[in-house]
Design a binder for this molecule. Sequence first.
Ligand code: NAD
Length: 490
Amino acid sequence: LSDNLARAQGYIAHFAKTGVCNHIAGQSVAAQSGETFETLSPVDLAPLAQVAKGGAADIDAAVAAAKAAFPSWSKTPGSERRRILIQVAEAIEANAERIAFTECLDTGQALRFMSKAALRGAANFRFFADKAPSAEDGLSLRNANQMNVTSRRPIGPVGVITPWNTPFMLSTWKIAPALAAGCTVVHKPAEFSPMTAKLLVEIAEEAGLPKGVLNLVNGFGEDAGKRLTEHPDIKAIAFVGESRTGSMIMRQGADTLKRVHFELGGKNPVIVFEDADLDRAADAASFMIYSLNGERCTSSSRLLVHHNIYEAFTARVAKVAQGLKVGHPLDPQTVVGPLIHPEHEAKVLAYFDRARIEGATIAAGGQKLGETGCYIAPTLFTDVRNDMAIAQEEIFGPVLSAIPFHDDAEALALANDVPYGLAAYLWTRDLDRAMQMTDALEAGMIWVNSENVRHLPAPFGGVKASGIGRDGGDWSFDFYMETVNVSFPR
Ligand code: NAD
């Protein structure tokens, strides 16, 4: 740990000196107002750096830069965009340790997961880079009288607004396809974890991304974020964050008829039947809620278990939760680090009180750990009813609510009885049951006998309050591009 800490301090030393600036048209710049805000380390609440507090004027400057860079970038041949974006991927790989260590300090998420997340950022760039040469391809459709030819064009400068959980990886998941499609970008990262967004734009430009193609404005949602969503020159907003923020963005973008893509909250069920491989199911259910501090949109935060195995299975998960190493995010042994920020910690702790009042049993955890930093114990609630707040609301921490069911119909009803519909996990060896359940589950992504294993060409996104639109594969390009049809007589 001490060696990692020293390296991490070295990586962020320049931020302590210069602050985390905005990045507009290739220049590192302070907010026009001169204002800053502090980013804290959730490890000990010590300030890590001052961050530029961008507002409407900074967004306007960044949008002007993205608009100026658009004609050239959108006309750059796809093969050339591919070459540049592969260089960005290579540069991310070369800087993976710096990114991962910085992210650990800024977010509290454990190094064992953040090192993979940095590399996944590179994989996102590689994947979409390879698709850049064919991004504009379309179809030819003909009938007796006409030949129709479709093609795609990049939509224009776009806004990308991201949350504080795994911020580097999530930003690349949005920014890489936008750039590959030929769009230019203004990125507004989350105020709780701004550091690696600055690393991304610097690394990308050093690797050859032309200035002004990717711009960064830090600041608060109600100020910088709002202006970005209202700006007439921004043609689309890709947003990842809470469902209620998505509603606000839709309202804010209404006057300019903004195209929106939303990846929002979740309250994802993991459903365990008696006939499942219970060893694998217990491992996966624990991993999907306690890894990444449970601050993960696809975390399986509701455990639905057949009543015959409910006691034994929940006892097993409780044992896993109690055995997890909670500690400093840079300790290689740590599985659960501190939550992102005292405000978020207070929200999670309030659910512990709520669970007690509503009559749930605390089978593991249920309390804050230590005197300093946002550490809480990995928690399992049993005797939960689906109408309790802990079963309905997204807690976004290492907190699992276990509910028994008696038959398939009840499992399905419980699984669907939430406002969200991002992911669902199903554990059974019965193929007929799996087909029937997956047909009726209200979720955008369903994993059968697996934890969340991502395949970048597959669609990613949610239904109900969990989102609008899909990312991944060609779905991303559909969002960042316009399809145009040209018709000829024949
Ligand atoms: P948040 O909605 O509070 O903030 C996300 C971003 O939106 C931040 O950059 C914030 O500054 C900005 N924002 C806030 N108000 C705004 C406004 N009025 N206009 C424009 N921008 C505004 O979310 P968070 O707390 O940072 O992140 C956690 C949430 O993100 C959880 O709900 C989680 O489920 C969700 N999430 C979803 C996915 C997914 O793929 N579905 C992935 C990761 C996180």
